[in-house]
Ligand binder design. Structure first.
Ligand SMILES: Nc1ncnc2c1ncn2[C@@H]1O[C@H](COP(=O)(O)OP(=O)(O)O)[C@@H](O)[C@H]1O
Ligand SMILES: [Mg+2]
Length: 470
């Protein structure tokens, strides 16, 4: 077995799709957030306070603002703990030596009053998170969180992406000195989460459509092929393609079709062989009847032999037509039925037919002709007069044959379809026939994916209806 066929293509494809979706989602979101940050970084630099400040916060941190808060709080608490442990002059040097990619840390003047400072609950919570991590709060006498406007930054670098304000966390020590933590991306830009979600959704939808299409096309082909098999056992096998499970199913269906067709072929061949082999003894019997008997008996025996011969002829004709595997082709049903009616009229039958044109179906014409002529023949034989109507309804074609005869008792209708069964009728005591007409007609109809039904009409007579899929 080759590698591709042993691999489960569905799961491989699925896994690849998910990996691709995540990868594309991440890169899209990262790209977008980097673009956003670029603008805010420029803004801060323009303000002159960002010389040792880099806003290269990673996309991952932006995607998890909660984790960002915890990490920030831990980092700030650690810096504060160190700052507390130092004397004021060392503290100042320590702070100027600090660089952090996500926070701007400044040693602020004692009167740290920033214009437009406004309280912000997010930054306030960050302050509380920092406070609980400090062992000695008494040396820090104030920890205030809020936001300051970035109007001046915006004026210098007009950018649609720069946020209105940046977050600031201030710590005031007992000796009056201040540390200011400026957090340009805190809390994480509101849009970034949504941005990530939107890009992820778009990518996932795209990948789903791609995957769905990859699955739907072979399934649709399979459904179409299976439908055709239902109508025609001689249809070519369904092409084996698609995911592994589907390919296995298609193979099973194709094998089933093959077995069914062989079974039907064998049955027809057996029937043909028996009928054929009966001919020789029958011929000998005819000869012996001729030689051995005389008078009335001989005539009766001859009649029986004729019936036997007719049965064999009909069986053989059908078996031969069926075994011929006549190819299907597009046939104008109106023309086909017109021909049949003409033939039956020529033989003395009374047939009325409203000619219709334009209804064409794929069929095996010789067989279909036999099925329809058996119905019309019955109507003119047992019902004296046949009326034939062809109509199309949705995706089906109906050939309706009405007559004015005695009809068939409801309980005898299925019997009439049985092979070599004839329904005794005082009105038709000696009509020629062997009881195979309806059997053969129904077999042909079903082989075409259709059927034949018999109903007694309310105003007398029988209605035989052949229904075929278009
Ligand atoms: N249109 C009809 N009206 C009344 N009886 C019918 C009609 N068609 C068929 N039958 C009955 O059904 C039986 C079986 O019909 P069929 O299979 O065509 O065989 P056959 O015509 O050779 O007898 C007929 O013998 C007849 O008794
Ligand atoms: Mg008949």
């Amino acid at each position: 077995m080759t590698l591709p066929s042993t691999l489960n293509r569905i799961s491989v494809r699925f896994a690849a799709a998910i990996a691709l979706a995540i990868f594309l989602g991440l890169t899209t979101a990262a790209g977008l957030s980097l673009a956003l940050k670029g603008t805010s970084e420029n803004g801060l630099r323009a303000n002159g306070s960002g010389s040792r400040f880099m806003t290269s916060e990673s996309a991952i941190v932006m995607m998890y603002p909660r984790q960002n808060t915890m990490m920030l709080a831990g980092k700030i608490a650690m810096i504060l703990r160190t700052a507390i442990s130092l004397n004021p002059s060392d503290r100042e040097r320590f702070i100027s030596a600090l660089t952090d990619p996500a926070i701007l840390i400044e040693h602020a003047p004692s009167d740290d009053s920033v214009a437009g400072f406004e309280a912000n609950s997010h930054v306030d919570w960050l302050g509380r998170l920092v406070a609980v991590q400090l062992d000695d709060l008494s040396t820090v006498i104030g920890l205030h969180g809020g936001r300051i406007p970035t109007d001046n930054l915006r004026r210098e670098r007009p950018s649609t992406h720069l946020r209105e304000t940046v977050a600031v966390l201030r710590a005031r020590f007992s000796d009056g000195s201040n540390i200011r933590f400026v957090l340009p991306e805190y809390p994480a830009a509101e849009g970034s989460g949504k941005l990530w979600l939107i890009s992820m959704t778009i990518v996932v939808i795209g990948v789903s459509i791609w995957m769905g299409h990859g699955l739907a096309v072979p399934i649709r082909k399979f459904a179409h092929g299976a439908e055709r098999l239902g109508l025609d056992l001689t249809a070519p096998p369904i092409p084996v393609e698609g995911p592994t499970e589907l390919r296995r199913t298609i193979r099973v269906v194709n094998q089933m079709q093959d077995r069914l067709r062989r079974f039907l072929d064998d049955r027809t061949q057996m029937l043909a062989a028996i009928s054929h082999d009966l001919r020789a003894p029958l011929a000998r019997l005819s000869l012996r009847v001729e030689l051995a008997t005389s008078g009335e008996h001989r005539q009766k025996m001859h009649r029986d032999l004729e019936v036997l011969n007719a049965m064999i002829d009909t069986t053989l004709t059908f078996a031969r037509d069926d075994a011929r595997q006549e190819p299907r082709r597009l046939v104008d049903l109106g023309v086909l039925i017109g021909d049949i009616c003409e033939d039956i009229s020529d033989l003395g039958g009374d047939v009325a037919y409203d000619d219709v044109r334009g209804i064409s179906i794929h069929c095996r014409p010789t067989l279909l002709r036999r099925a329809v002529s058996n119905l019309i023949d019955n109507a003119s034989k047992y019902g004296d007069r046949a009326r034939v109507v062809v109509r199309m309804d949705n995706d089906k074609v109906y050939v309706v044959v009405d007559d004015d005869g005695p009809g068939i008792l409801q309980g005898d209708i299925e019997i009439a379809f049985a092979p070599f069964r004839r329904i005794a009728s005082e009105r038709a005591p000696s009509k020629p026939g062997v009881g195979l007409g309806l059997t053969i007609a129904r077999t042909i109809a079903r082989e075409h994916g259709g059927d034949i039904t018999l109903t007694n009409r309310r105003d007398g007579g029988l209605r035989a209806q052949l229904e075929l899929p278009v």
